[in-house]
Design a protein around this ligand. Structure first.
Ligand code: LP5
Ligand code: MN
Length: 254
């Protein structure tokens, strides 16, 4: 019997895994190590791994690849095991481009993206676009997602870009401390509009808000579920979906 066969001889379904908001950075090496462990152990048993944004604390441009060679090698090793890798931009790493994705063997997905797993229609998003009550953030988002703005930004020297990002991070932290918590959560009308625009898929999976949960919703008479992924600040976590449904799993604390 081969390793991936069950007792009856049929192949068990490999799960599809979903993660987001790892915020990898040099100042939290234990999280990077937890992620490398996840890639070399848990994820090797998967059908696919979907990274729904904010893999990095921030991304200044693909010309900053050199420092991520260990991670890139780990992604390539996972892809060579037959696991399909997908990445969607978050609000912190939306400048990740083809150079990173090609080096890591990862396919870039648009936000939102509709996929089918186990015959179910599943909508994927980072989640920040759903926080429509956060008007100041949405203005900022609109500006920095423009392709001309990005071209101009990426033409500047890497060190200058990093300096500007540090200034934005500081301002963002200051502004967040003044915002009401509910403003920084998804807006229910925006969630309903997204489900409606995609003809009510069974699931929506997103991250960004760092409020992991499973929300069962009735939208326009349709029973749907919104899964919110957790961040990796204290502990890694992922959502695993197979023929039995989806289950949130926590990794051991690093
Ligand atoms: O990420 P999180 O959850 O902590 O906070 C977000 C929103 N903040 C951000 C900023 C990022 O955290 C840090 C920057 C990432 C680097 C991106 C790389 C390239 C950009 C380079 C820009 C020079 O996304 C936060 C939300 C929160 O989610 C909850 O949803 O509230 O939004 C803010 O705090 C943003 C402020 O409200 C508005 C900031 C305006 C800054 C304007 C500066 C001038 C414009 C410069 C260039 C366009
Ligand atoms: Mn985010």
């Amino acid at each position: 019997m081969q390793n991936n066969e069950n007792k009856s001889g049929s192949n068990p379904v490999r799960p599809d895994l979903f993660i987001s908001d790892l915020h990898l950075c040099a100042s939290r090496p234990e999280i990077t190590q937890a992620f490398l462990d996840f890639l070399s152990k848990t994820a090797t048993h998967a059908n696919s791994l979907y990274i729904l944004g904010d893999l990095f604390e921030y991304w200044a441009g693909d010309d900053d690849l050199e420092q991520h060679q260990v991670l890139i090698a780990a992604f390539k090793a996972l892809a060579s095991c037959g696991v399909k890798l997908y990445f969607m931009h978050g609000n912190r790493d939306f400048l990740i481009g083809a150079r990173f994705c090609n080096a890591a063997n990862i396919q870039l997905l648009a936000d939102p993206s509709l996929i089918t797993i186990q015959g179910k229609r599943v909508l994927l998003s980072h989640g920040d676009a759903l926080c429509t009550d956060d008007v100041d953030y949405q203005h900022f988002r609109y500006q920095v997602r423009e392709s001309q703005w990005q071209q101009d930004f990426l033409m500047q020297p890497l060190a200058d870009r990093k300096q500007q990002i540090e200034a934005i991070r500081l301002r963002s932290e200051q502004e967040k401390s003044q915002k009401l918590a509910q403003i920084m959560d998804v807006n229910q009308d925006a969630v309903a509009a997204l489900f409606s625009a995609y003809n009510y898929p069974e699931l929506l999976i997103h991250g960004h808000t760092h409020r992991p949960n499973q929300h069962r919703l009735q939208i326009d008479g349709h029973q749907v579920t919104r899964w919110v992924l957790g961040d990796w600040y204290e502990q890694g976590s992922y959502l695993a979906c197979d023929q039995n449904g989806c289950k949130a799993e926590a990794l051991p604390s690093p």
